[in-house]
Design a protein. Structure first.
Length: 623
């Protein structure tokens, strides 16, 4: 889980950013040159997606026909369906549902987390589609399955010239986006247009008939400005982020990058019912504005840990933090409207699964079968559906420790269903191939992570008997050998071990991912809690968490690592005095030598760390 407190931020590697921008710049210069030559040779007769009014229809849907999706509301039948056998044959195919079958009492609580109903509604629809696809696949040949697999989740999608004509989306993204994905657009703003919009459109949300806008990037020429926002049918427009703005504003960073570069101006966040630019003396001069009418541009939108980032002609211009329930994995299409002649569109580094249908799975990558004996450590890795590459990097790196391969340590991925049926069928194949995935009976949303924490405690006490239980994320590297060595000196009961925050306060800033209202937490400080990328609890605490939630003696809280701290405080007060053991080798946001755990590592860095350990037998950082 991403760290809770904004004080402890992700220390973004600016060397990597500069290298990324340099490579992107070189690539885009070549690509733009080729496209501009073609553009000049075509006498500028390129179809235009025109919507000249900035206040035109939401997400330009007047020009795009979308299938109508009927509203769906959670019913008792939904829950009954989710917790039935769902017409799936038994045996190994149900091994990924061992925790699922025990989760119903924890989802029916009257004080459930706000996103629970939506997560269950969408999971019901997703599971019905998945059951259909599973049964369909059983009757298909392996060659057909393999062919379908490569078509489902491509590594990149692109469109040029004629592909961009008409009113359909310029790019379809069948399996969403993940961290480090990027979308590059080359276009020319129309001379007569007042504005244009670039939109990331999501797959439909439960109970809504129109698709959400994960990001609307609105460029206005009348009063030069850039406005970013989100929209859902239920909530309407969110808090817009506008550049420029005249006046005081507390500067925010996203992945340690400013919301707006200095030349473009400053940004404010304010309530907005539409995206019309306000008449403001602070408007930019055309000289500083990154877009010029009639002049081609190359825009690259890339996706970090915390938000979206836009570079124009190789220079960072704006950033926009992800909003809850509107994360990149939900994106299904890129749309462009307004006065913009599109020349090319390219989406790269998209999530793709391994071809489980045609490759012989390496035996060493499969999870060892677990005997009925008590194991030393269960590691629960929180992941999301289309993070295929991250999971494979873990299987090929620290999950190869002898303690894991021998069964002394068990590693399991906890994953909610996806709203995209293609992603779900790939996850199902992955679960069958490796045997290390436990599915959750809800769709993954950040606000439901605490339910995964409860599920992990169930897994470690009811399904697997583990002496210690660890929670980590799929972008973390864990030194299993060093961890086990350290645990030998730790108590076997009443233990919380990790990077512990003993003095932290709720984030009261509205709009923050970690915003907590007074009604959610009245006090001005939290009890001690361990940062989510990696912490360990003893078996008795996990058992207390399961029992407490079953009897509804423990409250649910949306920040999962803080929630564990709250539950442990109650254990401390009612059962037994807890040993809070702080270890700074659990690095929360960067990599330092002599680590036990490092967070925010890409698949490439995960494999690099493992290689260094194998060759040099030292915990040396890669970057």
């Amino acid at each position: 889980m991403m760290q809770v407190m904004s004080v402890v931020r992700f220390k973004f590697d600016f060397t990597t950013v500069r290298m990324r921008n340099w490579l992107v710049g070189i690539f885009m210069m070549v690509l733009t040159l080729i496209i501009l030559i073609r553009y000049d040779q075509s006498d500028h007769k390129i179809p235009t997606n025109h919507t000249t009014d900035d206040s035109s229809s939401i997400e330009g849907e007047s020009s795009v026909e979308e299938p109508t999706k009927k509203p769906h509301f959670m019913t008792l039948e939904d829950l009954d369906y989710l917790f039935s056998n769902m017409s799936i044959s038994g045996g190994e195919e149900l091994n990924g549902l061992l925790v699922w079958s025990r989760m119903r009492p924890f989802l029916e609580r009257p004080d459930a987390l706000p996103e629970t109903a939506q997560g269950i509604q969408e999971a019901t629809l997703a599971m019905k589609d998945l059951v259909f696809l599973i049964n369909k696949e059983k009757g298909a040949s392996s060659a057909l399955v393999s062919k379908e697999l490569s078509r489902n989740c491509p590594d990149f999608v692109t469109a040029f010239d004629g592909d961009l004509s008409g009113l359909r989306p310029v790019l379809e993204l069948p399996c969403g986006l993940v961290e480090d994905s990027s979308i590059t657009l080359v276009g020319v703003p129309d001379e007569q247009s007042a504005s244009f919009q670039i939109q990331l459109v999501g797959s439909g949300l439960s109970g809504e008939t129109r698709r959400p806008i994960i990001l609307r990037y609105n460029v206005n020429f009348s009063k030069p400005s850039i406005v970013q926002n989100t929209w859902t049918e239920k909530l309407g427009w969110g808090n817009e982020v506008r550049c420029p703005y005249h006046g005081s504003f507390k500067n925010h960073l996203v992945d340690e990058l400013p919301l707006c570069n200095k030349q473009t101006g400053r940004i404010t966040s304010e309530e907005s019912s539409n995206d019309k630019a306000t008449t403001d003396s602070s408007s930019l001069s055309n000289a500083n504005f990154p877009f010029l009418k009639g002049s081609p541009f190359t825009a690259t939108l890339w996706f970090g840990v915390e938000g979206f980032h836009m570079t124009i002609n190789g220079q960072h211009e704006t950033s926009f933090a992800y909003r809850e329930k509107l994360e990149p994995w939900l994106v299904s299409a890129v749309k462009v409207s307004g006065g913009l002649k599109m020349l090319s569109a390219l989406a790269t580094r998209l999530p793709i699964p391994d071809d489980h249908a045609s490759l012989v799975i390496e035996e060493k990558l499969k999870a060892p079968s677990l005997s009925g004996t008590r194991i030393e450590l269960l590691v629960g890795v929180f992941s999301t559906g289309n993070n295929f590459k991250r999971r494979m990097a873990l299987r090929r790196s620290w999950m190869q420790y002898e303690a894991v391969r021998s069964g002394k340590v068990a590693v399991r991925f906890l994953i909610g269903l996806h709203t995209n049926e293609k992603v779900n069928i790939e996850m199902w194949r992955e679960a069958k191939a490796y045997g290390d995935i436990q599915f959750m009976p809800f769709v993954d949303y950040y606000g439901l992570l605490s339910l995964k924490t409860v599920a992990l405690c169930i897994l470690g006490t009811k399904v697997i008997q583990a002496k210690y239980i660890m929670k980590t994320d799929d972008d973390a590297f864990v030194r299993i050998d060093e961890l086990l060595s350290s645990l030998k000196e730790k108590p076997s009961s009443a233990l919380l071990y990790g990077l512990i925050s003993f003095a932290s306060s709720p984030d009261r800033e509205q709009g923050s991912k970690w915003f907590i209202r007074k009604e959610e937490w009245l006090l001005d400080s939290y009890p001690p809690w361990a940062h989510g990328p990696g912490y360990i609890i003893s078996h008795d605490i996990a058992k207390f968490v399961v029992k407490g939630h079953r009897q509804r003696d423990l409250r649910l809280f949306k920040l999962e690592d803080v929630a564990m701290g709250i539950w442990i405080q109650q254990f401390n007060q009612t059962i037994k005095r807890v040993k809070y053991i702080n270890d700074k080798r659990f690095h929360n946001s960067d990599c330092k030598s002599n680590y036990i755990l490092v967070h925010y590592q890409t698949p490439r860095l995960i494999l690099c760390l493992w290689e260094k350990l194998q060759k040099e037998s030292q915990s040396i950082c890669c970057e």
